[in-house]
Design a protein around this ligand. Structure first.
Ligand code: PGA
Length: 252
């Protein structure tokens, strides 16, 4: 059975104190989880040790970083390595969010290197993909997303895929209030699973968790998560309030 995950990506929001309260609020309302139903919280780098300490002892809820360096260590001012994240108790790292791709020029080749660093340190990767509006309007989104996955992840051995979670986030739905319809989400998730199946076979594809992201909220989460190939969500704006985030966790 493949894992279901609801992951909150705080982006560049919340002070340290606000983050502490938010995590406390989430823990206070969290239902029992299992190894097949997990929650992930991705605050800023500054919050990470605090969040990891708050979550310690709570089963199946993990701390994630939003990014990491493609370098192992050394003179890279401002960067944080996968090894440092691991030492802070981090379980997951988000790689290739569209904001990293768009505002920080991150290419598929760079994201492949970052993925390797995270896996080498025994953490899980949440690898993001998704097309901009122009690509959706031209109806070429399947090829666009396939290229991101192929160039970012197809250098991996089949065994590594048990540590990969994919997140499909159509850029036109991120932070816009415009959600992909459940049919659009299902169609793309089905396509992604087919692309992975063609390369790695049915076992890898069937066990792959594929999250939807882009204006997911309590009011639409249940419908999105009911799609057979949608295995949870990567949540931005709605992860910043405990009650909204918990509403989405409940839909899982
Ligand atoms: P959103 O962001 O939920 O605010 O649309 C999703 C994401 O970027 O992960």
């Amino acid at each position: 059975m493949r894992k279901k995950i609801v992951a909150g990506n705080w982006k560049m929001n919340r002070t340290l104190q606000e983050g502490h309260s938010l995590v406390a609020g989430i823990l206070a309302g969290l239902p029992a989880l299992s190894s097949h139903k997990q929650v992930v919280i991705a605050p800023t780098y500054v919050h990470l040790t605090q969040t990891a300490a708050q979550l310690a002892g709570h089963a199946h809820i993990h701390t994630a970083a939003q990014n990491c360096s493609n370098q192992e260590s050394g003179a890279f001012t401002g960067e944080v390595s996968a090894g440092i994240l691991k030492s802070a108790g981090i379980g997951y790292v988000i790689i290739g969010h569209s904001e990293r791709r768009e505002y920080f020029g991150e290419t598929n080749a760079l994201l492949a290197q970052k993925t390797d660093r995270v896996l080498a340190h025994g953490m899980e990767v949440i690898f993001c993909c998704g097309e901009p509006l122009a690509v959706r309007d031209a109806d070429t989104q399947n090829a666009n997303v396939e290229t991101q996955i192929r160039e970012g992840l197809f250098h991996l051995a089949a065994e590594a895929w048990s540590h990969i979670v994919l997140a499909y986030e159509p850029i036109w739905a991120i932070g816009t209030g415009r959600t992909a319809s459940s049919q659009q989400a299902q169609d793309m998730h089905h396509h992604i699973r087919a692309v992975v199946r063609a390369q790695y076979g049915a076992t890898v594809a069937d066990n792959l968790t594929i999250l939807y992201g882009g204006s997911c909220k309590p009011s639409n989460a249940a419908e999105l998560f009911a799609c057979p190939d949608v295995d949870g969500g990567l949540i931005g704006g709605a992860s910043l309030k405990a009650d909204e985030f918990l509403g989405i966790v409940a839909a899982m």
